[in-house]
Design a protein around this ligand. Structure first.
Ligand SMILES: Nc1ncnc2c1ncn2[C@@H]1O[C@H](COP(=O)(O)OP(=O)(O)OP(=O)(O)O)[C@@H](O)[C@H]1O
Length: 321
């Protein structure tokens, strides 16, 4: 089981990079001195708008392209030098799986497995059956791959990456182009795999996806690392939460809140938000009620990763595609 193989490397970072830099031939600085540390057992969300350098980083991590400067260590081994030795322990899905549409899902996996010189032919059928089950494609295994939905194709790609036990899965934008149902399926699969002890490193330009599925995140912008840490830390410390009061008496509520030190008040419909004061929130609520404000809801909204991104970069998280 992957959880058992995972114990073989005790170092807590499964991916670490130092000063990892890529300048493309045209002069484009795609990744700029990146120091990344991905803890073992995490679901690590590599977040950034399109063009921020995520795919370039992943390509360097997997030894597909050479860094211009700096280096990456994968499962304790330097890349790309140790690629042959390390990559069998890593499952990867980048830019969608390469599938033969005229073959069934099962036959596609049989071909992948046959291409692996370390895979024992005697146990091939069982291995492929297990991989199909793991991604929820057992019933659709004999359907032609061209009849698969995009989400099913992604799952088949994941099955291919999971034919062998892996310590680490690297997924580049695994939900890109999927409908909401397909996205949910991939997310729950990622959670299951993490539950089995596999560290998952996934890139995404979707903030809410990272918040829903990841334990840790690193945020990229224009090739540079903006911040990294646990998702909980980011939302808690990166930006303060907003006080939100729902009431039909917005004008009176705004007056009381302002008087009590709430700043940056914004009224939208029957909701007023603002930066909470240092004072006790229970007292603030009592003051509203005392002033005759009919309070329907009162609380502090957790800051989102988007708030953190905007606060740290001074830019909106504006994604083209
Ligand atoms: N082969 C290449 N040659 C030159 N420039 C490139 C090459 N590949 C990517 N770039 C540039 O490097 C920058 C980072 O691209 P990269 O694909 O790594 O970003 P990304 O965050 O993965 O974005 P996306 O989600 O759109 O793939 C972009 O400005 C891109 O245009």
């Amino acid at each position: 089981m992957a959880g058992q193989t995972a114990a073989s490397t005790t170092d807590s970072a499964v991916i670490s990079t130092r000063g990892l830099t890529k300048r493309y031939r045209g002069g484009q600085l795609a990744v700029d001195a990146l120091d990344l540390s991905v803890p073992r057992g995490s679901v690590f969300g590599f977040l950034g708008p399109n063009g921020s350098g995520k795919t370039t980083t992943i390509r360097m991590l997997l030894g597909l392209i050479e860094p211009t400067e700096g280096g990456a260590v994968l499962l304790g081994e330097p890349m790309p030098r140790a690629a042959r030795h390390v990559l069998p322990r890593v499952g990867a899905l980048i830019e969608g799986p390469a599938l033969y549409g005229f073959l069934s899902g099962r036959d596609n996996l049989l071909r992948y497995d046959a291409a692996d010189p370390t895979a024992d032919p005697a146990t091939r059928t069982a291995r492929v059956g297990h991989a199909l089950e793991r991604v929820g494609l057992a019933a659709a295994g004999s359907k032609k791959a061209r009849a698969y939905s995009l989400g099913m194709k992604q799952r088949l790609g994941l099955a291919a990456a999971l034919l062998q036990p892996r310590e680490l899965l690297v997924l580049d934008e695994p939900t890109n182009g999927l409908d909401p149902q397909g996205m949910r399926e991939i997310r729950s699969l990622v959670r299951e795999l993490a539950g089995d002890g596999i560290t998952v490193f996934l890139s995404s330009h979707l903030l809410d996806e990272i918040e829903q599925v990841c334990t840790h995140t690193a945020v990229m912008n224009r090739g540079r690392l903006i911040t990294q840490g646990t998702v909980a830390e980011m939302s808690a410390a990166g930006a303060r939460g907003k006080l939100a009061v729902t009431t039909p008496d917005t004008a009176e509520a705004a007056r009381v809140l302002k008087e009590r030190g709430v700043t940056d008040l914004v009224t939208e419909g029957d909701e007023i938000t603002g930066d909470p004061p240092a004072a006790d929130l229970a007292e603030l609520n009592a003051a509203l009620v005392e002033a005759g404000v009919r309070v329907r809801a009162f609380g502090v909204k957790r800051a989102s990763l988007e708030d953190v991104f905007v606060q740290l970069t001074g830019e909106g998280f504006d994604v083209a595609g």
